[in-house]
Ligand binder design. Structure first.
Ligand SMILES: *Cc1c(COP(=O)(O)O)cnc(C)c1O
Length: 411
């Protein structure tokens, strides 16, 4: 082995915003023989997984499961509720929001876009006026991401709900929680959200390959008239099957179900509110490091306002032309893979002044300290200008702020 990789020997660490780190417990749960898919334990396991997922989402309605990724459930959400030519309102603050819009347009849906740029969350006032202007109620649904994973902007879903209510508009409220589910606070019932989409490979700590659509009673009403619906994507039999195979319209994703069962057990043992707090504090560690690195303005969080940042992923800006080299150094020398900077706009050149740190799922303080320390070493090795003392500041934050606060909380 070349000495080049000496310090990377050991467990590789993936610090990208999905797929996230697979816990050993989840890996072990999948390490078993193929089960009978017609009767027996798997049927009960599936029911338990679906019930617990609904609990985690605060969903009092139903959930449909797809063998697919996030893009699959983007399409499922729209096809099951809308018809060709229907109009929707889309809130956009990054590439994921834009790509959901593109998919909708390709389905023949007319999309009115409220674009909030790439650093700001959706503005409830603009949403309210757009909905008020639609006095005929042509807009059938409002779509938004909770967190856009390209920019790491986090939207205020409560504010958006209030805007819909203030306009007294009947549009379905559809939320993409693919990055944020089980990382950031979300309660479908409290938000009166009608459709929420999520996937297995981020906060759910499982391999990519299962997409989830949570739906309300109102979403079922829209489903009756949706002419974009097709047999495979139809959530009807998936959410309310007469026979087990209809959950998946075919063979069950057997080992994903074992993975999800174990991951959900882990989340329930920790407690969902603690999971949210942990993510908030992990994000705080990243921001603390960036504050110090960027003392001279060369490194910064892409989203300036802390209140608008995601707890699951952070997009960083660095000196133009250095991001790729930094990611390369950290991966090769330290065994830590950082997230690429996604162009925020379609057809924009790929960015060499941004990269992303995923801090979602199975992650604790020492794992993240390793990532931050590896970046710190990379900045030094490549002579990229940065403020010094970031790690000292992060451990201070941990010891005196984050953990001290938790110790005084009565959980
Ligand atoms: C990851 C992600 C997607 C896309 O999911 P895929 O599994 O890659 O299809 C969509 N929206 C958000 C917010 C995401 O984070």
């Amino acid at each position: 082995m070349s000495s080049e990789k000496l310090m990377a020997t050991g467990r590789d660490h993936l610090a990208i915003p999905g797929p996230s780190v697979l816990p050993d417990r989840v890996l072990r749960a999948m390490h078993r023989a193929s089960p009978n898919i017609y009767e027996g334990e798997l049927i009960d396991t599936t029911q338990g997984v679906l019930n617990d997922l609904k609990r985690l989402a605060g969903c009092q309605g139903d959930v449909a499961m797809y063998i697919g990724n996030g893009h699959a459930v983007w399409e499922a959400a729209l096809c099951n509720t809308l018809s060709r030519g229907d109009c929707i309102l889309a809130l956009v603050n990054g590439r994921f929001g834009r790509n959901w819009v593109k998919l909708a347009e390709q389905l023949g849906i007319e999309v009115q876009v409220l674009d909030f740029g790439d650093e700001s969350p959706a503005d409830p006032e603009q949403i309210e006026s757009a909905l008020r202007a639609d006095s005929q109620h042509k807009i059938k649904a409002l779509i938004t991401a909770q967190t856009d994973t390209s920019t790491s902007v986090c939207n205020d879903l409560v504010g958006i709900r209030h805007a819909i209510n203030a306009a007294n508009h009947p549009a379905l409220f559809m939320v993409d929680c693919i990055a944020s589910f089980c990382c950031e606070p979300f309660d479908m019932q409290a938000l009166q959200a009608d459709v929420m989409v999520a996937a297995s490979q981020k906060g759910l700590m499982s391999p990519p390959g299962v997409g989830l659509v949570f739906l309300s009673e109102r979403a079922w009403s829209a489903h009756q008239y949706a002419d974009l619906n097709t047999p495979y994507w139809n959530w009807g039999p998936r959410a309310r099957p007469d026979e087990y195979w209809q959950h998946f319209f075919g063979t069950a994703p057997t080992h994903h179900l074992y993975a999800l069962r174990e991951a959900i057990d882990m989340l329930q043992e920790e407690g969902l509110k603690n999971v949210w707090s942990r993510h908030r504090m992990l994000a705080g560690m990243v921001w603390q490091a960036v504050n110090i690195w960027g003392a001279d303005g060369t490194v910064r969080c892409h989203v300036a306002n802390q209140a608008h940042r995601s707890a699951a992923v952070t997009t960083l800006r660095v000196t133009p032309g250095t991001a790729k080299a930094l990611r390369g150094w950290v991966e090769q020398k330290m065994g830590v893979t950082l997230g690429i900077g996604l162009p925020f706009f379609e057809n924009a050149p790929s960015l060499d002044d941004t990269f992303r740190i995923g801090h979602m799922g199975h992650l604790n303080a020492p794992m993240l300290l390793g990532t931050l320390a590896s970046i710190d070493a990379g900045l030094k090795a490549l002579d990229i200008p940065h403020g010094s003392g970031a790690l000292d500041s992060v451990t201070r934050y941990l010891a005196l702020d984050a953990i001290a606060t938790l110790d005084t909380m009565t959980v």
